[in-house]
Design a protein around this ligand. Sequence first.
Ligand code: AMP
Length: 214
Amino acid sequence: MMRIIMLGAPGSGKGTQTQLLSKYFYIPFISAGEILRQESKKNEKTKKYIKETINQGKLVKNSFIINLIKKKIKKKNCFDKFILDGFPRTIKQAESLKKHIKMHFVIHLKISTDNILDRITGRLIHEPSGRTYHKKFNPPKKKNIDDLTGELLSKRKDDKKKIIITRLKEYKKLTKPLIKWFKMEDLKKNIKYIEINANKSIHKINKKIILCIH
Ligand code: AMP
């Protein structure tokens, strides 16, 4: 059994490392941001709420994301092994998850603010699948084209400097306290907390995570 949580500031590489780990260990992943982006396309009722919240750089309500994640865990039938990317992001979310399921590892990707800005401003996304690239650090084989489908890549609307600043503030206020919470959970042997220096290359970070998990 291997249930992993990816934790870190926006741009720390959670999504990239999640995709690599998912391929390496053959385990499914659930990305909170991706679920919200897909949900905003199909659900007319909540579309406005999701889009506005994301584009302001704020977090959506705990109850809202908790319900979506719970549904996804059940639906994906990935009970024994899965990676959670971007969830939990608050102590409330973590407590709710803890009641529901036992997680084994939390990988905290630690990164400096300068690197965050470089990573986010160069990020490209294949919208239909959520696959991400970076102009410099993880470029697609053909410029602006998704490797697998040949479709056009785009930039995320919330990857603008002004919005990134709010996202970082939200991270400091709501997600940073969660790091302490996980360290306590580690002391109680409820989960293994692993801290990774995420200022390195994609490949080096990936190797380090795999080493720590094995
Ligand atoms: P991400 O793709 O992980 O960068 O997430 C994009 C945006 O989705 C965030 O800036 C939030 O607005 C929202 N979001 C993602 N995960 C969560 C979460 N666990 N709780 C609340 N909002 C979230």
